[in-house]
Design a binder for this molecule. Structure first.
Ligand SMILES: [Zn+2]
Ligand SMILES: [Zn+2]
Length: 355
């Protein structure tokens, strides 16, 4: 990790590039010394890293839990470059994907296995510097080995798929049940795939944009309905042969929650997958009480969901060509963020080819 400067006996530390987000209009590359892995850590050379909805949300200053400036990159695939002491069975050259939830391991939630809602949860690449860089360090227990035969692009979709897998698991057994997915962005589309895999028989997806509805149909939705149609409830009931047993709200705004309450069957389940705006969002408490509705939040995932996502990708369940719509070089991270805010794009990736 060190190189000798010409004519200077002192060692100089290698510089790496790292994306710095100050705002959506100010995304630059900073040059910083290469990190050195500590005990139980790996030094990883990034290969591919996804731009997440939470990244563009944060860059716009709208994410309730990511402050600016920040250094993004939590959907990361890389190769181990060096290992710290006690970094387990990893060796240089191993291909890994990051599981970015950094948890304490000792709070009540962690001890019950729900470390995704650790009392002191931090997310790698959200509250700590991430992987949109040449090299990063991470605890060895926060990465998974990429299965043999899985491409880097496929591996980059494991993390984004793990969130829908966890959300779908929240809804219990979906076998034979009807589902509405509100929003056909990356999380909505991956929720569609995860719900289908979990046994849902009828799935309707809603979105205001026709291009996104068509993509949902290509990915196997039974119906794709305009989210802003006045007759949305009637259309959804027709498509699903009645109200939906489960709603996945991947939009999480006042309008989508109102629709969720109208679209769900009495006694049904609304899972809030999208990140809501900071502050209060009005909901129909009278209907929630009267119809015995259950509203449940869902955050990230745990190891089991991550492994399920990995096996879904490995089995070819996800058509990566429909999900990955653009790829940019690290130097063009600002363009990658701009593309990611364009609703015609689904998942935008950044590739890193070394400094
Ligand atoms: Zn993400
Ligand atoms: Zn904890």
């Amino acid at each position: 990790m060190t190189a000798r400067a010409e004519g200077n006996p002192a060692t100089v530390t290698q510089q790496i590039r790292r994306v710095l987000v100050r705002s959506i209009d100010d995304i630059t590359i900073e040059r910083v010394p290469a990190p050195v892995p500590g005990d139980h850590e790996l030094l990883v050379r990034t290969k591919v890293v996804g731009v997440c909805g939470s990244d563009t949300h944060a860059a716009a200053g709208h994410h309730p839990f990511i402050g600016l400036p920040y250094r993004p990159g939590h959907e990361a695939v890389g190769v181990v470059a060096a290992t710290g002491r006690g970094a387990g069975a990893f060796a240089p050259g191993d291909r890994v994907i990051v599981e970015p939830n950094l948890y304490c391991g000792t709070c009540a939630q962690c001890r019950s296995g729900r470390y995704n809602i650790c009392r002191d949860l931090k997310v790698f690449g959200c509250q700590t510097p991430g992987a949109m860089t040449d090299l990063f360090t991470i605890a060895a227990d926060r990465v998974h080995r990429v299965p043999e035969g899985m491409s880097d692009v496929e591996a980059a979709l494991v993390e984004p798929l793990a969130t829908p897998v966890h959300a779908v698991a929240k809804a219990g057994d979906l076998t034979g049940r009807s589902v509405a997915v509100l929003g056909a962005g990356p999380i909505g589309l991956l929720t569609l795939l995860a719900a289908r895999h979990a046994g849902a028989t009828r799935i309707a997806v809603t979105d205001p944009l026709e291009g996104k509805r068509k993509r949902a149909l290509r990915l196997g939705a039974d119906a794709a309905l305009p989210a802003d149609a006045p007759a949305l409830v009637a259309q959804a009931n027709a498509a699903l042969s009645g109200p939906a047993d489960v709603i996945f709200d991947c939009v999480a705004r006042e309008q989508s929650m109102a629709q969720a309450t109208d679209l769900v069957a009495k006694g049904g389940h609304i899972v809030v997958v999208g990140v809501g705006a900071a502050g209060t969002t009005p909901i129909r408490l009278d209907l929630i009480q009267d119809r015995e509705l259950r509203i449940e939040g869902t955050l990230m995932y745990t190891d089991e969901d991550y492994r399920t996502a990995m096996s879904l990708i490995a089995s070819g369940t996800v058509d990566t060509g429909e999900i990955v719509t653009a790829t940019y070089a690290l130097e063009d991270a600002a363009e990658a963020f701009a593309a990611s805010t364009d609703p015609q794009h689904v998942k935008v990736l950044v590739t890193v080819d070394g400094p």
